[in-house]
Design a protein around this ligand. Sequence first.
Ligand SMILES: CC(=O)SCCNC(=O)CCNC(=O)[C@H](O)C(C)(C)COP(=O)(O)OP(=O)(O)OC[C@H]1O[C@@H](n2cnc3c(N)ncnc32)[C@H](O)[C@@H]1OP(=O)(O)O
Ligand SMILES: O=C([O-])CC(=O)C(=O)O
Ligand SMILES: [Mg+2]
Length: 300
Amino acid sequence: MAKKKRRSMLYIPGNNPAMIQQAGVYGCDAVLLDLEDAVALNQKDAARILVRSMLETVNFYDTEVCVRVNNMQTPFGLADLEEIVPMQPDNIRFPKTESVQDVKDFMKEVRRIEKEHGIKNPKMTIHVMIETAKGVANVYDIAACEPRVDAITIGGQDLTADMGIVKTPDGAGIDYARKRIVMAGKANNLDVLDTVFADVNDEEGLKEETEYIKKLGFAGKALINPRQVDPVHEVFNPSENEIRKAYRVYSEFYKNTKAGIGVFAIDGKMIDAPVVQRAITVLEYANIDINRNRKKCRLV
Ligand SMILES: CC(=O)SCCNC(=O)CCNC(=O)[C@H](O)C(C)(C)COP(=O)(O)OP(=O)(O)OC[C@H]1O[C@@H](n2cnc3c(N)ncnc32)[C@H](O)[C@@H]1OP(=O)(O)O
Ligand SMILES: O=C([O-])CC(=O)C(=O)O
Ligand SMILES: [Mg+2]
């Protein structure tokens, strides 16, 4: 089965039943039901119970469902896990992760609750959020320490707050962190997901930022408003021209491999294994099934 896309992950405040009920129809790849910063302190308990009951009753269709719990250092983190883990959403987002020990402590509670509820082969995965300077410093070890972590993400609002800097539209203050997190995630075969773009009325700005983070290697972006879904998909979906080029590279490679040729040129540009690998990534993004041919080519 093809890997699930995570181009767009839409935050929905966990205390808003009307928004959550419609979660399956926004067209995003995933929803992030939020118990953390979108929820006021005096709404935390109500939100937790609401999200649990929504997980039981709402049809999310094929939208991936992730719940963002509160950090374990807060009075809410453990209570969130007790309520949400038994429901086994697709994933849990663990905010403000700063160290391997944080992940270990978090997973210890997750596993204990799963055991208590007789959950034997849990499919739920963990998304770790890097949102502090300390988290950025420790990111490689965090990315490598737990097999159930399948995505890593940067929280740009908190990171700039932690660093005591202004979050500027050019992303200067978080550029190093973005790149470091991408490398740590890629080295550990994780999806790397970008932070929110806060101005819901600035579609051009959102697209520009998405173009940039796509070039860095992010697989998708957290969103805060349904209006942000289409522009982000537009950037992540390969254009017709890109698909045609990728298909040409791939089929020429297939022909040449059969003839014993490993490197050749198309329109003067060298094509070798890494170029073909990139073409395959484009075709996969376009949902073109090349598995059968790929096996024949023995590319991977
Ligand atoms: C730093 C962080 O931690 S970010 C993550 C936490 N933050 C969040 O979850 C914020 C989620 N987003 C929102 O609350 C809102 O989109 C805001 C406050 C950013 C903007 O609000 P508005 O200007 O009112 O949005 P807008 O006018 O586009 O809303 C249009 C419709 O979309 C709905 N909508 C807005 N945001 C969302 C959302 N995230 N999910 C689902 N529906 C939404 C509104 O309810 C409204 O519905 P209606 O037409 O049926 O009334
Ligand atoms: O980008 C996100 O996922 C939102 C967030 O928590 C942050 O920016 O601090
Ligand atoms: Mg945050």
